[in-house]
Design a protein around this ligand. Structure first.
Ligand code: CP
Length: 292
């Protein structure tokens, strides 16, 4: 039987994606949804602040009991597999799990799990709820996707956020480009020089330089990166009047983004975090109701 839940946006039609955004907006605008008889477990095999605690907040707001599994003191440390760990939670009566894992497409090993799995990020491949919250934030701004131009700038090759967004944004009719250091250009979208991107895009999406994923040192210092590719206020002033800045966070202040830009008038970075709770509530609700 096919694994249930929200694993990758590639499994979802554009209609389903628009339905999640619309339902997220309904919940943000006050729609009450409750599943007080359900219990979920969260299993984070990689560090996280936003995704982990935003999922917990979403579950609590839905009235769902949460077991926050500390994998560092679990039997994972004795060599128990991911499948066996999740099967254990299923066996003790959990109704769904949220999982982040370093392994790309870890969920392909979970055939035989009968409870829904919500992907909080896998390796460099998928981060479905991050992309949904990015899309919700763009939709709140523009009321559409068709024809909008977005450039994703920075550490593209190590980024599940970039890879997830490029695929889904193109399907929704957006023009998507990448920019930043050539060493991070993996060809996943058309490359645009930074000055053109700054002046012509509706959405500038910055990425954290993911030093912890690098197998080789970056070819430039953090200071050089900031001066060549970092978003500074002088660059922000060249953006289109209604253009917005997104960043999945955490951000490296004074590397890919100047501290003064983080909360400037074009930044929607903290609004993205707020919207994350709503897209997670909507996704969990739709899966439990059999609508996804
Ligand atoms: N954006 C994001 O995934 O942040 P965390 O790694 O803190 O969850």
């Amino acid at each position: 039987m096919k694994l249930k839940g929200l694993l990758t946006l590639k499994d979802l039609s554009t209609k389903s994606i628009m339905d999640i955004i619309s339902y997220s907006l309904d919940i943000k605008n006050g729609l009450s949804v409750s599943y007080s008889n359900k219990r979920f477990a969260t299993l984070f095999f990689e560090n996280s602040t936003r995704t982990h605690y935003s999922f917990i907040m979403a579950l609590k707001k839905l009235g769902i009991d949460v077991i926050d599994c500390n994998v560092g003191v679990s039997s994972v440390q004795k060599g128990e597999s991911l499948y066996d760990t999740i099967k254990t939670f299923e066996s003790i009566g959990v109704d769904g799990v949220v999982v982040r894992h370093t392994k790309d497409e870890y969920f392909k090993e979970l055939e035989g799990i009968n409870i829904p799995v919500f992907n909080g990020g896998d390796g460099k491949s998928n981060h479905p709820t991050q992309s949904l919250l990015d899309l919700m934030t763009i939709y709140e701004e523009y009321g559409k996707f068709e024809g909008l131009k977005c450039c994703i700038i920075g550490d593209i090759s190590h980024s599940r956020v970039a890879h997830t967004n490029i695929e889904v944004m193109e399907r929704l009719g957006m023009e998507v480009y990448i920019s930043g250091p050539e060493e991070f250009n993996d060809g996943s979208a058309k490359y645009l020089d930074l000055d053109t991107a700054i002046e012509e895009m509706d959405v500038i999406m910055l990425l954290r330089v993911q030093f912890e994923r690098h197998t080789e040192s970056m070819s430039m210092t953090k200071e050089e990166y900031h001066s060549r590719y970092g978003l500074t206020m002088d660059k922000v002033e060249k953006m289109k009047e209604n253009a917005i800045i997104l960043h999945p966070a955490p951000f490296n202040r004074e590397v890919e983004i100047a501290s003064s830009v983080v909360e400037c008038s074009k930044s929607r970075i903290f609004k993205q975090m707020t919207n994350g709770v709503y897209v997670r509530m909507a996704s969990i609700s739709m899966v439990l109701d059999g609508k996804l």
